[in-house]
Design a protein around this ligand. Structure first.
Ligand code: PAF
Length: 277
């Protein structure tokens, strides 16, 4: 496994990599969610590149960029064990040199859900992902369904900018209690970790109601709200049932719908989602 820190160094070896090249972009502090992407990418591609870069431009001024968990040594060991060929872990100045002034934005999809709660977040994500795709030049790039809106926005960017690669979105990895695995779960204390199960419980209620023939989105949201409000440590940021392509809110569920939610457990903001078909 080679660890590469500069764009010039990566470009020198890019032409010697066997194709197809799979790429898993990450912000490090790897968990089972990342590893599931890495394993699938390993199976389907002859070369595998993983990037580790905590991207400052996708964090708001009051968000956790400085305290975001990092452990490069541990990440490198895990990735070596998974048979990754190249780790790309550039510095901030390598990706954003002085005077950097170019932004990529998928405007409509970015101004909903997470985009309302985290202004500018998706502009940072699409800008860094576009740069990474341009540098790594993979045949396939892998993302998790846990960040459903991010995955939709990246697919739209790739389509609108005619980027020549396939975006692969893989299912959310969950703990035994249903909690979606996320780097931010480390912020939860024991009590909060237990309380966090309420997100998956609420999503399950939505699924069960829909399977029993309920199509009224507002009614389903109300039931989800009741469940979450029964947990004293939880406070709802949003619950949404939206068209899974446009992310427009739905009144009636008549096509694939993204049921998503953001909930504070104590001070930690968690997101999760399911698709109702
Ligand atoms: O999902 C993430 O970890 C990040 O948003 C990504 C895609 C690596 C861009 O920084």
């Amino acid at each position: 496994m080679k660890v590469i820190k500069t764009i010039a160094e990566y470009r020198k070896i890019r032409c010697s990599l066997d194709c197809p090249i799979g790429f898993v972009p990450t912000m490090g502090y790897l968990h089972e969610g990342h590893i599931s992407l890495v394993r699938e990418a390993r199976k389907k591609n002859l070369s595998l590149v993983v990037s580790i870069f905590v991207n400052p431009t996708q964090f708001g001024p009051k968000e956790d960029f400085n305290t975001y968990p990092r452990d490069l040594e541990r990440d490198l060991t895990l990735l070596d064990d998974e048979g990754v060929n190249i780790i790309f872990c550039p510095s901030i100045v390598e990706m954003y040199p002085p005077g950097f002034d170019c932004w990529i934005e998928v405007t409509q999809l970015s101004n909903r859900l997470e985009g309302i709660a985290r202004p500018g977040h998706f502009r940072g994500v699409t800008t860094i992902v576009a740069k990474l795709l341009n540098i790594i030049n993979p045949d396939r790039a892998y993302f998790g369904q846990k960040d459903a809106q991010q995955a939709s926005i990246i697919k739209k960017m790739v389509s609108d900018l005619n980027l020549d690669l396939k975006i692969v979105v893989l299912p959310t990895v969950r703990g035994n209690d249903g909690l979606a695995i996320s780097s931010r779960n480390v912020y939860l204390n024991k009590e909060e970790r237990k309380a966090a199960k309420i997100l998956f419980k609420a999503l399950n209620i939505a699924e069960r109601l829909h399977l029993n023939g309920e199509n009224d989105a507002r009614l389903i949201c109300n039931e989800m709200t009741k469940i979450i409000e029964s947990e004293p440590l939880a406070s709802i940021d949003y619950i949404s049932i939206a068209d899974s392509n446009t992310l427009n809110e739905l009144d009636k569920i008549i096509k694939p719908a993204l049921v998503s939610l953001a909930v504070f457990i104590g001070k930690t903001r968690l997101i999760d989602n399911i698709i109702l078909n």
